[in-house]
Design a protein around this ligand. Structure first.
Ligand code: ADP
Ligand code: ADP
Ligand code: ZN
Ligand code: ZN
Length: 738
């Protein structure tokens, strides 16, 4: 048993629980009930902390830091592996092949049996000097100027026609173009000749006729931009990096055309295929192909390669190819790849912790995931899973429900037992398990249509799809069938607003208070109630703690190490001097306000501006968040709902919204809330398009676009479009009927 006593992380209420080892244990409960606080912030954190303690200080300093969780005692832990949905990363050198080691074996195969025979396996590595393409250094892409974004042709030089920072009127480089007498600084660029515009951008060579009129040292806008930004790309400031992102794009490497390898490696073949061709072949096909290599000298290499490929196929990722950059994988795909990696490991008695492994999976694909979890357990490991999908609960050896409610109203153990027992129990999860959204049999009437034409992105087979405007459409299909590709095409053709799960804030100081802009109304409320100036409650007034200047924390800059924040000792983190803390509203001091949940704040802070701003967050089911909680602590699903709230507050014109799996992280009960929010968007005249696997969401949609039939090249077509209730004969239709 893993024994946990008096766990108090976040909202946990001195929670005692025994979690069996060597089993699959699924943690359920409404969003915000404390599942992550128990599983990640307590169990995983303690396991990580204990592991670090076993290393000498020298090593410890190089490991990720784990804060010791708040609990009286935690026993029975072993080495922990957390398999979350964090994407595998933006490193351009990481591919599906490299991350699963399949590439290592493919390289080995080429080094042994390719024609012409090349030798060492590093010569096929795009991460090695002897193998990489010299033009792109093994990235397969090069960064080029997006010249079309450099100029605003409707403006003159004086009016700011050059959009690059530093080149506009008053900018550092401005005079080098506007004041040299060659160009007419008062006329919009559209009225210039093509030769003049070319000379401006590229210098004399591109406009021979004009070159006589240019100063000797003249440097075109593009030349200058590339010298300043592209040639020094390694150590750019954040501001320059942003500029770089805005005015450049990546293009296929002109030398290797994406193969990442140098000429010798690029042209060698096995079975008549180059390694680049094999990198672009779907994994399921590659798995069949490699078995036709019959040379006995490489039998072990082929077997190892085949095992890796088969594992990827088994988990439903056979539609990917080894050359696929890991930074382009979805969260669910990344998670499944990480799982495959661990299945290959021979370690036993590990503690595996999964965060919603079914994200991104069609009901048809969920079975391959549950099978993987069972295989991990059967190898002698403990598998803890935070999950909302009943199909995963069904394979659990034990289910633990945290609740009963969210935030303050959660944090206790409400159920522990088998799935069958849970179904008969009196908990929110049990209640939801027995309920099902009815099929939407009276779809709303569209107000026109939005047409996606000739879509060929990724695997899409030249699709033309009508999306009804002013209603809710759901995009379905097995993983890899092309849903995201179609959504991306919709966004590209119609400039939709994407409401994704990326964090809403990069800054720890950003909280629901700052985000909704209620800091000033709160100060005014305190001023009104106590008949003192509002400025007193501001961080840059005399009322603020003089030592931390109203921050509550002291920041210590440690020259060579990461800086550190400690609670201010003078005010104990309460940010204000005692006199100011004495002023109250409904018994709350200005510092107490940070600890209020949104629900409580709406009840206890009598001010229309405050309640109005907060009620949009309440309406999307986030009433349990605390006003002072850093937005950096929100999960992907919570961040997404914060963004929906913002759109509900602010969007005036009918807008096209695209959401990718908004049910991620949502308990069955919260899905009802989400559906109301989506309905709310539609009632405001907006068009909503969601990629979703959750059957309750699909049932409530007005229109269904089902892609398939299979993944990758077996998908990319529309297998059904029409009202949800009429769908038949597809994998999704089948799932809807069960
Ligand atoms: P679940 O995983 O069940 O959705 P969590 O464990 O993430 O719930 O959250 C439980 C409660 O603790 C929620 O009210 C949440 O807002 C709060 N919480 C989570 N992380 C933090 C944090 N880092 N700081 C403060 N509050 C947090
Ligand atoms: P879904 O959203 O239905 O899971 P996707 O649209 O993500 O499917 O993928 C459809 C096909 O396009 C898959 O074969 C996938 O591997 C491929 N694909 C998706 N994104 C990329 C990309 N950035 N680069 C190359 N192939 C991609
Ligand atoms: Zn190249
Ligand atoms: Zn202080």
């Amino acid at each position: 048993m893993i024994e946990i006593r008096e766990a108090r992380a976040n909202n946990l209420k001195a929670l005692d629980v025994d979690v069996p080892r060597g089993r699959i244990v699924v943690f359920v409960g409404v969003s915000g009930s404390g599942k992550s606080s128990l599983v990640f912030d307590t169990i995983a954190a303690e396991a990580g902390y204990q592991l670090n303690e076993t290393f000498p200080p020298f090593v410890r300093n190089r490991l990720p830091k784990w804060a010791r969780p708040e609990a009286r005692r935690i026993d029975g832990l072993s080495s922990v592996v957390v398999i979350d949905q964090r994407r595998i990363g933006g490193n351009a050198r990481s591919t599906v092949g490299t991350i699963t080691d399949a590439w290592t074996y493919l390289r080995l195969l080429f080094s042994r049996v390719s024609t012409p025979h090349v030798g060492e396996s590093n010569r096929f590595s795009f991460n090695d000097r002897t193998g990489m393409c010299p033009t792109c250094s093994g990235i397969g892409e090069v960064v080029v100027s997006a010249v079309e974004r450099f100029l605003d042709l409707d403006k003159s030089l004086k009016g700011g026609a050059i959009l690059l920072p530093g080149f506009g009127n008053g900018g550092y480089w401005y005079a080098q173009y506007a004041d040299i007498g060659t160009f007419d600084a008062d006329t919009p660029l559209r009225e210039w000749t093509q030769a003049e515009r070319d000379a401006l951008l590229y210098g004399g060579e591109h406009a021979a006729r004009l070159s006589g009129r240019l100063p000797k040292q003249y440097e075109g806008v593009v030349e200058r931009f590339e010298r300043i930004y592209l040639r020094t790309a390694d150590n750019l400031s954040d501001r320059k990096r942003e500029t770089l992102a805005r005015f450049t794009r990546s293009a296929l490497c002109p030398e290797c055309r994406g193969d990442r390898l140098n000429e010798a490696a690029r042209t060698a073949t096995v079975l008549g295929f180059t390694i680049g061709e094999l990198a672009r072949t779907e994994i399921s096909e590659l798995a069949a192909l490699v078995t036709t290599v019959t040379d006995p000298n490489v039998a072990p290499v082929v077997a190892a390669l085949k095992a890796r490929l088969d594992a990827l196929v088994a988990i439903g990722l056979g539609y990917l190819h080894l050359g696929r950059g890991t930074s382009t994988l979805s969260g669910g795909e990344s998670q499944r790849i990480k799982t495959v990696k661990h299945l290959g490991s021979s370690l036993v008695e590990m503690l595996y912790i999964f965060d919603e492994p079914t994200v991104g999976l069609h009901p048809r694909d969920v079975a391959s995931m549950t099978e993987l979890l069972q295989r991990l357990r059967d190898k002698g490991n403990s598998v803890l899973v935070v999950e909302h999908d009943p199909a995963v609960m069904a394979i659990a050896d034990q289910i633990i429900e945290i609740g009963p409610g969210a935030g303050e109203r959660g944090g206790t153990l409400v159920f522990q037992g088998t799935f069958a027992q849970l179904r008969r129990a009196d908990t929110l999860t049990a209640a939801e398990l027995s309920r099902q959204q009815p099929l939407e049999d009276r779809p709303r009437t569209p107000r026109g249509r939005i047409i996606v034409t000739d879509a060929t992105r990724n695997n899409l087979k030249n699709l033309t799809v009508d999306i009804p405007a002013g209603v809710m459409t759901v995009l379905t299909g097995v993983a890899g069938s092309g849903k995201s590709s179609l959504a991306a095409e919709l966004v590209a053709q119609h400039d939709a607003v994407v409401i994704d799960q990326k964090p809403v804030a990069a800054n720890r100081r950003s909280t629901p208070i700052t985000y909704t802009g209620i800091a000033t109304p709160i100060r005014k409320l305190f001023a009104r109630y106590n008949d003192v100036p509002a400025g007193l409650f501001s961080a840059n007034s005399d009322g603020a703690c003089p030592d931390c200047r109203g921050l509550g924390v002291i920041y210590t800059d440690l020259a060579f190490m990461e800086g550190q924040e400690t609670i201010c000792e003078t005010c104990g983190g309460r940010r204000f001097v005692p006199e100011v803390l004495g002023y109250t509203v409904d018994g709350l001091s200005i510092a107490d306000v940070d600890d209020l949940t949104i629900d409580d704040a709406i009840r206890r802070l009598p001010d229309r501006a405050i309640t109005k701003a907060l009620s949009s967050l309440q309406a999307v089911g986030l009433g349990y968040l605390r006003l002072g909680q850093p937005l950096t602590t929100l999960s992907g699903g919570e961040s997404q709902r914060v963004k929906i709230a913002k759109e509900l507050r602010e969007a005036l014109e009918p807008t096209l919204y695209v959401l990718d799996e908004p049910t991620t992280g949502l308990h069955l009960r919260d899905i009802g809330t989400l559906l109301n929010v989506l309905d709310n968007l539609v009632e405001h005249g907006h068009t909503v398009v969601v990629i979703e696997h959750n059957l309750d969401v699909i049932r409530r949609a007005d229109w269904l676009v089902d892609l398939g039939p299979g993944p990758g090249k077996y998908g990319g077509t529309v297998v059904y479009e029409g009202p949800v209730a009429d769908a038949t004969g597809t994998a999704t239709a089948e799932a809807l009927r069960v």
